[in-house]
Design a protein around this ligand. Structure first.
Ligand SMILES: NC(=O)c1ccc[n+]([C@@H]2O[C@H](COP(=O)([O-])OP(=O)(O)OC[C@H]3O[C@@H](n4cnc5c(N)ncnc54)[C@H](O)[C@@H]3O)[C@@H](O)[C@H]2O)c1
Length: 397
C-alpha cells in the first residue's frame, strides 16, 4: 500500500527568508509530503503575499499563526495539517510550538528550539503529556556519513572515545552586517530575538548536537570564552570552548568546540574529528560525501557515500549512486522522512526520536541548556589560571 501523503503547514519562511524554502523542498523531496497551509511572515500582508506566491489555497493562507491554528482545527481531522514546521527567528519558536503541540499537531522546529531552558523544559513536558511527534532540525545528523560515524563509534570500532574536536567556522559577520539592515544578521545579533547566544547559539548549537550525536556522549562540563569582536554587537561572535563529556568505561573524553562568525574566509565550515583508543574519524560538511577513518598503525581509509560497504544507517538514507553529491537538502529530507514515519505510525512522545532516528524535543532542550551554560561559563571568573600571574610568582621567588 502506498504511504499516506502528509500535509505540511509552515510558520515563517516567507518572501526573502532563508531556511523556510529549504524545509519545504526537503520535506517534499521524496513525495511523502504536500505543502498545504501557512502563515509565512510576521505581518499579515506579507504573510498573505508570500503564500500567494507559493500557490497556497486562499482558505489556508493565513495572516497570523493563531488564525492558522484555529483554521486548521476547524477542519475535519483528515483534511487538517499533519504537522507544522516552525522556521521563524528563535524567539517565536516557543509559543507556536507549544500551541500546536498542545492542540495535538506534530511539530518540526528549527534550532535553537527556544530562547530559554525554562521554555525548553516546558515543551518537553507538553510532548510528554500530549504524545505528539516533535522533531528539531539539527540537520547535520541527517547526513549518511554522519550516521556512518555514529554507527562505527557505537560498534566500538574506535575503542573508548578520548577526544572530540568540533568546529563551526563562518566569516559572514566579520563586519557589522546588522547595521546595513540585512535581515538574517539583524535578528541573529539581537538578544531579544536570538536568545542569550550569538555564534554559540546560531552555529555552536549545531556543533554540540553533532558531537553528541556521533559519539553518544553528552557534554558534562564547559569552560567557555565568548567574545564580541565587532564593536557595538550585543552577542558573542566568537566562541572557544573546552569540553568534558560524560564518562564511559572509566574514561572521560575531552573536547574542543569552536563556533565563530568572524573567521574571514570560512563559509559553512562545520567539521568534526573524533579520537578513540584504537582509531579516529574526521568529516567536514563542505565535503560531506567522504569520511576519513584511520585505525592505529594503519594507512587512512576514505569511506565514500553511496557504497555498499557502509553500514545500514548510512545506506538507508542515501538516494544517489556514489559520485553524485548529496548534501544539505537531502540531510533535511532525511529528518523529515524519519519524522513522517513516526507520524504515520502514530508513534510520538519522548520515545519516537530514538525509534526513528531524528532529533527530538529532548535534544532540543539539551541544545538550549548548552547555550545557556556556555554563556554562564563565559561570565564566570574562576576558571582561568593566568600565565602572567604564574611568571609574577617566579619573579618573587
Ligand atoms: N538548521 C539549519 O541549518 C538552519 C539554518 C538557518 C536558520 N536556521 C534557523 O531557522 C530559523 C529561521 O532562520 P532564517 O535564517 O530562515 O530567518 P529569516 O529571517 O530568513 O526568516 C524568518 C521568517 O520568519 C518570519 N516570521 C517572523 N515572525 C513570524 C511570525 N510571528 N509568524 C510568522 N512568520 C514569522 C519572517 O517574516 C521570515 O519570513 C531560525 O531559528 C534559525 O536559527 C536553521
Amino acid at each position: 500500500m502506498a504511504e499516506r501523503v502528509l500535509k505540511m503547514g509552515m510558520v515563517g519562511g516567507g518572501r526573502g527568508a532563508f531556511i523556510g524554502a529549504v524545509h519545504r523542498t526537503a520535506a517534499m523531496l521524496d513525495g511523502g509530503v504536500i505543502f498545504a497551509a501557512g502563515c509565512l511572515s510576521s505581518t499579515p500582508e506579507r504573510a498573505i503575499a508570500s503564500g500567494e506566491e507559493l500557490g497556497l489555497a486562499r482558505s489556508r493562507n493565513y495572516p497570523t499563526w493563531r488564525a492558522m491554528l484555529e483554521g486548521e482545527l476547524s477542519l475535519p481531522r483528515e483534511d487538517r495539517i499533519d504537522f507544522v514546521s516552525i522556521v521563524t527567528p528563535n524567539h517565536v519558536h516557543y509559543e507556536v510550538a507549544r500551541a500546536f503541540a498542545e492542540a495535538g499537531i506534530a511539530v518540526v522546529c528549527d534550532k535553537p528550539m527556544t530562547t530559554t531552558s525554562a521554555e525548553a523544559e516546558s515543551l518537553v513536558e507538553v510532548v510528554r503529556r500530549s504524545g505528539v511527534v516533535f522533531g528539531v532540525t539539527y540537520n547535520y545528523s541527517g547526513y549518511p556519513l554522519v550516521k556512518q560515524m555514529r554507527e562505527m563509534v557505537g560498534a566500538g570500532e574506535l575503542g573508548t572515545i578520548r577526544k572530540v574536536v568540533v568546529e563551526y567556522n563562518q566569516g559572514w559577520l566579520a563586519g557589522k552586517l546588522e547595521g546595513t539592515g540585512q535581515k538574517q544578521a539583524a535578528w541573529r545579533t539581537d538578544p531579544a530575538q536570538s536568545g542569550a547566544g550569538g555564534a554559540i547559539g546560531d552555529i555552536g548549537s549545531h556543533a554540540e548536537n553533532l558531537a553528541t550525536y556521533v559519539t553518544g556522549l553528552p557534554i558534562e562540563a564547559i569552560c567557555a570564552d565568548l567574545t564580541s569582536f565587532v564593536p557595538g554587537r550585543r552577542l558573542d561572535d566568537d566562541a572557544n570552548l573546552l569540553l568534558r563529556f560524560e564518562e564511559r568505561g572509566g574514561v572521560q573524553a575531552r573536547g574542543v568546540l569552536i563556533a565563530s562568525q568572524v573567521e574571514i574566509g570560512h563559509e559553512n565550515d562545520l567539521r568534526i574529528r573524533v579520537y578513540g583508543e584504537r582509531g579516529s574519524l574526521r568529516w567536514s560538511q563542505e565535503d560531506p560525501n567522504y569520511l576519513v577513518y584511520c585505525a592505529d598503525g594503519q594507512p587512512e581509509r576514505i569511506y565514500r557515500r553511496g557504497n555498499g560497504y557502509l553500514g545500514a544507517s548510512a545506506v538507508s538514507v542515501t538516494r544517489l549512486p556514489p559520485g553524485h553529491p548529496e548534501a544539505f537538502f537531502e540531510a533535511f529530507a532525511n529528518i523529515y522522512n524519519a519524522v513522517g514515519r513516526a507520524i504515520r505510525e502514530h508513534a510520538g512522545g519522548l520515545e519516537a526520536p530514538a525509534m526513528f532516528d531524528f532529533p527530538g524535543v529532548e535534544e532540543g532542550a539539551r541544545g538550549v541548556r548548552f547555550i545557556e551554560q556556555t554563556v554562564e561559563s563565559a561570565r564566570g571568573t574562576l576558571k582561568w589560571t593566568s600565565m602572567a600571574a604564574a611568571s609574577r610568582g617566579d619573579d618573587r621567588r
